[in-house]
Design a binder for this molecule. Structure first.
Ligand code: 5AD
Ligand code: SF4
Length: 435
């Protein structure tokens, strides 16, 4: 591989922050004069990887294998993201890749690609004090719903989690830089912005918290909706809860992971909150915004989890009535404290718990969708549906809404929800009458 690539393809795995980083890497490559192509023909393929669970990590190696082409050739391969950060040297040993770049160093991707093209070793997993954001090009055309990273990293050190190691310490981007990027996104076509952070509600700049940032973004003409994710219970301050009561553009949705309903397991996870303190936060959030849709993350099969602990998780899920939730089987991660803990839960037990939990979560989600039948709400149209004339958009509560409409992607239309399924709802567009 000794020629400079002319076309590129970025493939992102894992969380929404990786999607954001993937877009920023695409913008970098485009600024270098490269054009976008599909994975099967691009000269350079960037795999933007996830390290959160073992399965996600292993995917990298199968993806690298799949990039081999029929004639035996392969593109220049750059491994970016959290696996690059965690396993930099090992990737180069295990697979033939040309560039390895971590999540805090990808502004250097053009230099690394040039280095690799001249046959040199190209690895950068530094976590420099100066943030990458200043070195990134301006935003280009985006979809109606855009991501904006405002905070990165984690200081909480949950015992199962790699994020503090792959993304580094908690860092907040400056207020003014975020507001500028939000305006640029709106100019580029965004109607909705989701503020991203591994602990987004810990964002702060000079004494200002996330609520102040949201209030500032509220004033941007052309921006219709604001969301944020992912939050930690311990950073759920009253100011942010109050914003849910009085900032109209802030959507009634909160993703607040709890991981387990058992205090014993929460302690072993080093979550530093209890089942009860979590539930009391949700009480305050519901007092501010009664219709809020709640979402969470759960891990089953954490070391030492008994049947009784798991029952506590099920009862918590039933009590909260989540509109949506993600659940995962515990995956031991190298270098984390939990990886050395005793009390491994047998795989078949963890599998069974995951199935039972997913069934209860599914019931809650279906009930939430069924309850919304008859509601009128705004829907931001985001993509084409499968049927002719059908578009799919999002309700304020982040439900996928299917409807037949003459309106265009990017429009916000008023819809009456007519029917509900387990994963989406369908509605009818309401004709606006002149006031
Ligand atoms: N095993 C399983 N799930 C995990 N998560 C984080 N680390 C692990 C792990 N080692 C889950 C948590 C987190 C979500 C992003 O992924 O639920 O909130
Ligand atoms: Fe995966 Fe976490 Fe990295 Fe996102 S931050 S890509 S979820 S390991």
């Amino acid at each position: 591989m000794a020629t400079s690539p002319k076309t590129y393809h970025v493939k992102s795995f894992g969380c929404q922050m990786n999607v954001y980083d993937g877009e920023r890497m695409s913008e970098l490559m485009a600024r270098q004069g490269l054009t976008e192509a599909d994975a099967a023909s691009a000269d350079l393929v960037v795999l933007n990887t996830c390290h959160i669970r073992e399965k996600a990590t292993e995917k990298v190696y199968s993806e690298i294998g799949r990039l081999r082409r029929d004639d035996g050739s392969r593109p220049m391969i750059a491994v970016a993201g959290c696996v690059a950060q965690a396993e930099g040297e090992e990737i180069s040993r295990r697979a033939k890749v040309d560039v390895v770049v971590g999540p805090q160093a990808y502004h250097n991707l053009p230099d690394l690609v040039a280095k690799a093209a001249s046959g040199k070793r190209a690895l950068d997993t530094d976590m420099p004090a100066a943030s990458k954001f200043g070195a990134l090009p301006s935003r280009r055309r985006v979809s109606p719903s855009a991501f904006l990273t405002v905070q990165e990293g984690c200081d909480k050190f949950c015992t199962y989690c790699v994020v503090p190691y792959t993304r580094g310490a908690e860092i907040s981007r400056p207020f003014a830089a975020i507001v500028d990027e939000a305006k640029a996104l709106v100019d580029a076509g965004a109607k909705e912005i989701t503020l991203l952070g591994q602990n987004v509600n810990a964002w702060e700049d000079d004494g200002r918290g996330l609520d102040m940032l949201i209030r500032e973004l509220d004033a941007i003409d052309g921006l219709a909706r604001i969301r944020y994710t992912t939050s930690h219970p311990n950073d759920m301050r009253q100011g942010l809860i109050d914003a849910h009561a009085d900032v109209e553009k802030l959507m009634p949705y909160l993703h607040l992971p709890v991981q387990s309903g058992s205090d014993r397991i929460l302690k072993a996870m080093n979550r530093s909150h209890s089942r009860d303190s979590y539930l009391r936060i949700l009480d305050r959030v519901r007092a501010a915004r009664p219709d809020i849709a709640l979402s969470g993350d759960f891990i089953v099969g954490f070391p030492g989890e008994t049947d009784a602990d798991f029952e506590d998780t099920l009862s918590l899920v039933r009590e909260v009535r989540y509109a949506h939730a993600f659940s995962f089987k515990y995956s031991p991660r190298p270098g984390t404290p939990a990886a050395g803990m005793e009390g491994e839960v047998e795989a078949h037990i963890a599998d069974e718990r995951l199935q039972r939990l997913q069934a209860v979560i599914g019931e809650g989600q279906a009930a939430f969708n069924a309850d919304s039948v008859g509601r009128r709400c705004d829907v931001l149209l985001e993509r084409k549906g499968r049927r002719p004339g059908q578009l799919i958009g999002k309700s304020p509560w982040l439900q996928s809404v299917h409807l037949v409409t003459d309106s265009a992607i990017g429009d916000i239309v008023t819809v009456e929800i007519e029917s509900a399924g387990p994963n989406s709802v369908a509605g009818i567009e309401q004709i606006r009458t002149a006031a």
